[in-house]
Design a protein around this ligand. Sequence first.
Ligand SMILES: [Zn+2]
Length: 145
Amino acid sequence: MPRTKPLSTVPANWCEASQRLVSAAGTRHYTDRPYTCWRCKVACVFTAADQRYTYEVKKASIDQDRLLCRPCWQRRNAILLALGECQARWNAQRTSLRQDPAFLSTWLALLDEKDQYIPYRRDTAKKSMLCKLLNPPLHAPPPPD
Ligand SMILES: [Zn+2]
């Protein structure tokens, strides 16, 4: 991909946390930053214009970098949205959803897929809870009379 022109930064447009960052203080220009998508390994460029939009309009922290290409980023966002819906349903109807294998396995699959897109904050505890609900121990104690 051809390089685009560097763009001047306007630090007054950054979020407050970015303005306080010593490492960002000398940043006068945005220049294209090539990177490799963490998930699908495609070569990408975080362009100067994208950076200006990300840091000055969306007010992301200036030290935030890109990890994913656009399609992977969009899939990541869809997964996070669906996980939020699972959590909200679970909070509202936990008792009935404990007995709902379709719901439990969908939620578990989303958590597994999320780990392919986000290299941190794995929900290990939630996954093991879902696995237990989906596969109760074979030798469970008999129910009390
Ligand atoms: Zn990708």
